[in-house]
Design a protein around this ligand. Structure first.
Ligand SMILES: C[S@@+](CC[C@H](N)C(=O)[O-])C[C@H]1O[C@@H](n2cnc3c(N)ncnc32)[C@H](O)[C@@H]1O
Length: 248
């Protein structure tokens, strides 16, 4: 998968491309990240990327650098299908489902807004998707672009060491992840649940499922859609709701 990122702050991305999961994905040849500086698509001496909003208000990213950067991408990849994503608080909420959907694409273009946003003609004529990472306002689209870059990259087959490591994450399943413990077995008198040390894989599996369902019910009951749960999970959920709790 190739990610193109259009931004006026290309330097924000460098550390993320050099370390961690994104760097691993690049190293393994599973992903490619091409950051385009919108100032490289300006034609004046000051490399102006913004201008005043017609009708009054703050600054807005001008359309020309974004349209020209897209022309360049089209020259580079020809007629290949691509999703052109505008990061905006007005967009569709980003979720694990959407990350999974995007991970199946070959090319993603992420347009990072700044100031009051981007000229509306970009949205009208270039963009295929508008995505928000949550109901709050950031200063720019760079952090949302990194959120998408990392969450999509880690589910592309072969990027993570063990494919399993993401299949058990919260939101990949229809419930939150279970609690995790590591060594030492006892720390400051706080012990790891005995069952995890029992070596009984079946019992551990059952305990994890129960804990995952229990905490989802407490924290995010909206996620627990019975039609997505298998018979074992449904049975345990019924027990939890009925007040029977084997893990205590
Ligand atoms: C200060 S915001 C502009 C907000 C805009 N005036 C509005 O109210 O919709 C500047 C840029 O940050 C990015 N941004 C801010 N919050 C975001 C969010 N929650 N999700 C995605 N992008 C966001 C967008 O690219 C946006 O163009």
């Amino acid at each position: 998968m190739t990610f193109y990122i259009l931004t006026i702050f290309p330097e924000f991305f460098a550390p993320f491309l050099e370390k961690g999961i994104i760097a691993k994905g690049i190293e393994k040849g599973k992903i490619k990240v091409i950051v385009k500086n919108l100032r490289d698509f300006t034609h004046d001496k000051r490399r102006t990327v913004d201008d005043y909003s017609f009708g009054g208000g703050g600054m807005v990213l001008k359309p020309e650098p974004i349209f020209e950067a897209m022309d360049r991408i089209n020259e580079e990849i020809g007629n290949e299908k691509k999703r052109v994503i505008l990061l905006t608080p007005q967009g569709k909420l980003f979720t694990q489902r959407l990350a999974e959907e995007l991970s199946r694409e070959k090319f993603l273009v992420l347009i990072c807004g700044r100031y009051e946003g981007v000229d509306e003609r970009v949205r009208e004529h270039l963009v295929t998707d508008e995505i928000s990472i949550g109901d709050y306002i950031l200063a720019g689209g760079e952090i949302p672009a990194l959120v998408i870059l990392e969450s999509v990259s880690r589910i592309i087959p072969g990027v993570l060491g063990k494919e399993k490591s993401f299949e058990e994450d919260s939101f990949t399943q229809p419930f939150l992840d279970w609690p995790h413990y590591t060594r030492p077995r006892v720390y400051r008198n706080f012990s790891v649940p005995q069952i995890l040390l029992s070596g009984n894989h079946e019992a551990v599996k059952k305990w994890r499922l129960r804990e995952a369902l229990k905490r989802t019910l407490e924290r995010r009951p909206d996620l627990l859609k019975e039609e997505y749960l298998d018979p074992e999970a449904l049975e345990i959920l019924k027990e939890i709701k009925g007040g029977k709790n084997e893990s205590n």
